[in-house]
Design a protein around this ligand. Structure first.
Ligand code: ADP
Ligand code: MG
Length: 259
């Protein structure tokens, strides 16, 4: 059945430049329901830009973005191209919840308030229902006892798990992770890795940018190696990590191999 369903998220030949700097030079990826697609590549290769284009936090100049088969509608061309339909942008963005490297929790709100904010204000869901589901997701990521704490009272690993609970509380169709463990000390990294693995096992659709090759190998259905704004190589984790074809990927994997 999933074979005939359109992918949850698909981008086709996407081009993105910042002024004269071409960051994405024709990138195509698709994530089907329940799939985990990982993006790997050196710093500056365009991974964050790609995620931000996917949920329309950034404009792109050429190419298509499709959410469950529905193409983003554009107005204008090239440098003047912008999404034409605000309601469509909000619908797509709220269905593709993003988890950032730096957590991005509001420091003046408790953990529970942080998680409830968007479901209340963006989705307009009833407060009781939102609070119940916020508490459920805090339990799920293992910090149910931190609901009334302030972000500054939490470790980095706990803050990132709160950020994941916040993303889940939007009941999104897919999750986008941008290096969710790279701001964390190694011992805190593992508590976040555990949560991401559990989400993958649940069959969540995810687009995961990570520097953690072991995590990418463990959870991905498909791995994409981005180099200088292009897909240099892609395939199953076994293929990409076990039998890399290009010298560039081999070099990258040598450089990121655990010591
Ligand atoms: P990655 O996440 O793979 O490290 P990025 O997508 O953050 O790469 O960045 C790709 C390139 O785009 C880099 O050269 C970066 O300096 C540039 N870039 C990213 N964001 C901006 C921006 N807002 N304005 C100008 N250049 C940017
Ligand atoms: Mg980045």
């Amino acid at each position: 059945m999933t074979e005939t369903e359109p992918p949850v998220l698909e981008i086709r030949d996407l081009h993105k430049a910042y002024g004269p700097l071409e960051v994405l030079k024709g990138v195509s990826i698709a994530a089907r329901k329940g799939q985990v697609v990982s993006l790997i590549g050196s710093s500056g290769s365009g991974k964050s830009t790609l995620l931000r284009c996917c949920n329309l936090l950034e404009d792109s100049q050429q190419g298509e973005i499709l959410f469950k088969g529905e193409a983003v509608r554009w107005r204008g061309h090239g440098a003047h191209r912008h999404p034409a339909d605000k309601a469509q942008v909000i619908r797509i963005r709220t269905n593709l919840s993003m988890v950032f490297q730096q957590f991005n929790l509001w420091s003046h709100m408790t953990i529970l308030e942080n998680i409830m904010e968007a479901p209340l204000t963006v989705l307009g869901r009833p407060r009781d229902e939102v609070e119940a589901s916020a508490r459920r997701y805090l339990d799920k990521v293992g910090i149910g006892d931190k609901a009334d704490a302030w972000p500054a009272q939490l470790s980095g690993g706990q803050q990132q798990r709160a950020a994941i609970a916040r993303a889940l509380c939007m009941e999104p169709t897919a999750l986008l992770f941008d290096e969710p463990t790279s701001a964390l000390d190694p011992e805190l990294e593992q508590e976040v890795v555990k949560v991401i693995k559990a989400l993958a096992e649940e069959g969540r659709t995810m687009l995961l940018v990570t520097h953690d090759m072991r995590l990418a190998a463990d959870v991905s259905d498909h791995v994409v190696f981005l180099h200088l704004g292009r897909i240099e190589e892609e395939g199953t984790p076994d293929r990409v990590f076990g039998d890399p074809e290009t010298e560039r990927l081999r070099q990258f994997l040598r450089a990121t191999a655990p010591e």
